[in-house]
Design a protein around this ligand. Structure first.
Ligand code: BES
Ligand code: MN
Ligand code: MN
Length: 453
């Protein structure tokens, strides 16, 4: 195995760079053809790696790539999930090299999608190829690589529900999260859920002269700003009634376990060039960003934003708001609580509408499962250090749906770093992380096959 990996390293990287050159931005219809090209690339790479089945499934949106290799029906099956779509690359001018022309700088691959998630799911394709080539695949493997993760996985649920038999497996394995550091391996044992809404505030029926009417007629931007500001109290708690009702509080022991993982607040602040952090009273920075729910304004607009000044009292104001949720919050219920509350705090002088976008449920991985133990053993073997359990702050909404539809638990064996700048300009992925992932994945298969006996 080691010999095969060493001998083929250069080609693995070249192939990933080819995949990164395809601008598979799922959010922007301009890239629809490229998204399909990326799907075809993935299908072909699975076929070449030795899959018996490697097919493209059409959906109402972007295609899903499915592949499988059944070595022995009596052996356990690992279902690998990943996504070949990427976030939009804007703002382009902040990239030091073009987002879809990957370059290697300081031992890192710079390109949109390098860490999220092309560089990570491709490690599984290459690890599979290596196990096939060295005749060491110890269990069955299935691949489901989708093209709509970054836009809410709208069509994956339908595919999963319609293909329960095809997707039969013992565990789902995903590399689409981060570790603490290259010398501190860790495993995310949970994901936050998400409720994403858009709000519209309407004042007068048309834009007005801010001198003629200002002071007498509600300004929807002022009203919206006040409403948004009121959603947190002075302790950083969210003020929506019943928002915290279903939140599971961690035990002191669980909190201590998570706090045992290394974290440097000074480094955190200097990396972000901030003088101070903020957040909910009674919780640490790391807890605020993982085990606690949040409410954030993602975008806000209205009125005149062109060059110079225009004295206008605008007719409309808008905002996009996301809430990150934790076990046992339900995103549909939270969306309803938000809507009800937001409408209730609107002054009579404006009209407010709330439009839900998408969402997903939070998720927890059981630490006693054979699959979690296999991931732990695999990382311990390849890093020479036992991984620490952590809780991730991001969301992969489809993971909770896999549990509901397929009855399967997920192990999040991610090899990225929080500093990879995913969704930001200059996204990058370490060569160390790429190769370490390819080396660790076969070890997961080995340990999982043994522990499942
Ligand atoms: N890979 C990320 C999620 C992630 C990142 C989890 C880092 C844990 C650590 C995924 O591609 C993503 O960006 N998810 C979106 C949700 C989706 C509905 C757009 C998110 O978290 O905002
Ligand atoms: Mn991702
Ligand atoms: Mn993402």
């Amino acid at each position: 195995m080691q010999d095969y990996l060493e001998a083929n390293k250069g080609r693995f990287l070249d192939e990933l760079l080819d995949l990164l050159r395809i601008p598979s931005v799922s959010a922007d219809s301009k890239f629809k053809g490229d998204v399909r090209k990326a799907a075809e690339f993935v299908r072909e790479s699975l076929e070449k790696a030795g899959a018996d089945v490697a097919e493209i499934h059409e959906t109402k949106g972007h295609p899903i790539v499915y592949g499988e290799k059944i070595v022995d029906a009596s052996k356990p099956t690992v279902l690998v999930y990943g996504h070949y779509d990427v976030q939009p690359a804007d703002p382009y001018e902040l990239w030091t090299s073009p987002p879809f022309e990957p370059v290697i700088k300081d031992e890192k691959i710079y390109a949109r999608g390098s860490a999220d998630d092309k560089g990570q799911f491709f490690m599984h394709v290459k690890a599979f190829e290596a196990m096939m080539a060295t005749d060491s695949l110890p269990c069955n493997v299935k691949f489901m690589i989708e093209g709509e993760e970054e836009v809410g996985s709208d069509n994956l649920g339908t595919f999963v529900a319609a293909n329960r038999d095809k997707l039969k497996a013992d565990v789902i394995l995903i590399s689409d999260t981060a570790m603490i550091a290259n010398d501190v391996p860790s495993i995310d044992t949970g994901l936050r859920g998400l409720s994403y809404v858009e709000v519209e505030v309407t004042g007068p029926n048309r834009d007005l002269h801010s001198g003629v009417y200002g002071g007498a007629v509600a300004n929807p931007i002022n009203a919206l700003a006040k409403m948004i500001a009121s959603l947190h109290d002075e302790n950083g708690h969210i003020t929506i009634p019943n928002f915290y009702d279903d939140v599971i509080e961690l035990s002191a022991k669980e909190r201590a376990m998570l706090e045992a993982a290394p974290f440097e607040l000074e480094e955190y602040k200097s990396d972000l060039q901030i003088e101070d952090v903020q957040g909910e009273a009674g919780y640490t920075t790391r807890e605020r960003a993982s085990i606690r729910p949040t409410l954030d304004c993602n975008g806000i607009w209205g009125g005149y934003i062109g060059e110079g000044a225009k004295t206008v009292l605008p007719s409309k104001a808008y905002a996009k708001i996301s809430m990150r949720l934790v076990p046992n919050q339900d995103w549909n219920k939270i969306t309803e609580l938000f809507s009800k509350h937001f409408l209730s705090i609107a002054p009579k002088s404006v009209k407010v509408t709330v439009t839900p976008h998408h969402g997903g449920q939070p998720y927890l991985t059981p630490l006693e499962s054979a699959a979690y133990k296999a991931a732990e053993a695999a990382l311990a073997e390849s890093f020479g250090k036992k991984p620490v359990p952590t809780r991730g702050g991001g969301s992969i909404p489809i993971v909770a749906l896999f549990e509901k539809e397929l009855g399967l638990k997920t192990v999040l064996m991610g090899f990225g770093l929080d500093s990879d700048s995913i969704h930001s300009p200059n996204e990058h992925y370490g060569l160390f992380n790429f190769y370490k992932g390819i080396e660790t994945i076969p070890l997961f298969f080995k340990h999982f096959a043994e522990l499942s006996k």
